[in-house]
Design a binder for this molecule. Structure first.
Ligand code: SF4
Length: 305
């Protein structure tokens, strides 16, 4: 079968993971069990399984072909025009990718909704980096924002994420996308924080809309994301925000410790918050082991030792 779009995209350089080779498991059309307000794809009726998809053989052949042309691939990214875990042969695909991946890592970008299905859960355990979404914890918000297929239960998703984190030996990253007037209320943020604490992922990426969305919804401000990051005490939070405002200050040792006690900071945070003098101070504190630089979920965080 031939597809209007290719199964493979890239390789492209990605800031976080190096050279990424993308796999699209739904190249012909959007097939998703969500219809998120913020989706960058067109609006579409939700489905609970894929009906049109490439075979495992076709995907593996396409990946092998790319590897022969581009030997330096750091990460094989499993995605879809929609939700990749709706691919019926995910487990077999992951097993075969693991056999041919050489030194690269596998990464999946999923909306997280199928993690309570045993076959998906098991397949995810064999992927090197698993990045799942969690936009809301109340079922009401979940339905409104992610416009889910009937029968998807947020409580079961959160429970499975907790178990997944306990069982996985690989990296687990959670992603939360905030939309103005939908999941940016204190009540929802607090519910998210409670869930994130229990899930305990290696890293949480928080962001907002930065490309034209399927529906008329608006992004939240950088300040809101910063507020969320500060609410998520002790969690490795990475703020993803295009053109974030730069506001540098001078911090003393005690102030740096107080900042890091509240939350670990990324290099990007440091660049946006610290002046040169404070950066030097921070480096010295790392040298004297007062502060450590820890890689968590593929990103470095400055933390109190
Ligand atoms: S889960 Fe992803 S692909 Fe599906 S509707 Fe939401 S944003 Fe779009």
């Amino acid at each position: 079968m031939s597809y209007s779009n290719s199964i493979i995209f890239g390789p492209v350089p990605s800031r976080r993971f190096g050279i990424s080779l993308g796999i699209d498991l739904s190249p012909s059309k959007k097939q998703c069990n969500f219809d998120c307000l913020y989706c960058e794809l067109e609006k579409a009726k939700t489905v609970d399984k894929m009906t049109t998809y490439p075979s495992v053989d076709e995907v593996i052949e396409a990946v092998k072909d790319s590897f022969s042309k581009h030997p330096k691939i750091d990460v094989i990214t499993i995605t879809a025009n929609g939700e990749p875990t709706l691919y019926p042969d995910l487990d077999e695909l992951v097993k075969r990718l693991n056999k041919i991946k050489q030194n690269s890592k596998t990464l999946i970008l999923s909306n997280g909704s199928t993690i309570y299905k045993k076959e998906v859960f098991d397949a995810l355990l064999s992927i090197d980096i698993v990045k799942l979404s969690l936009d809301c914890v109340s079922q009401k918000c979940f339905k409104k924002l992610d416009r889910i297929h009937s029968g998807i239960d947020i409580e079961k998703i959160v429970e499975s994420m907790i178990v997944f984190r306990q069982q996985t030996k690989n990296e687990f990253v959670l992603e939360i996308l905030f939309v103005k007037d939908i999941n940016d209320k204190d009540e929802e943020i607090n519910l998210l924080y409670e869930a994130v604490k229990k899930i305990n992922p290696h890293r949480v990426d928080i962001g907002t809309i930065d490309r034209p969305p399927a529906y008329e919804v608006k992004p939240v401000s950088f300040e809101l994301l910063e507020k969320v990051a500060n609410t998520f005490k002790g969690i490795n939070v990475n703020i993803a925000f295009k053109n974030r405002p730069k506001q540098t200050n001078t911090y003393s040792e005690d102030e740096i410790k107080a900042l890091l006690k509240r939350r670990p900071l990324t290099n990007e945070d440091i660049e946006n918050m610290f002046d040169e003098k404070s950066k030097t101070l921070l480096k010295n504190m790392v040298k004297s082991d007062e502060i450590s630089l820890v890689n968590s979920g593929g990103l470095n965080f400055y933390k109190i030792c």
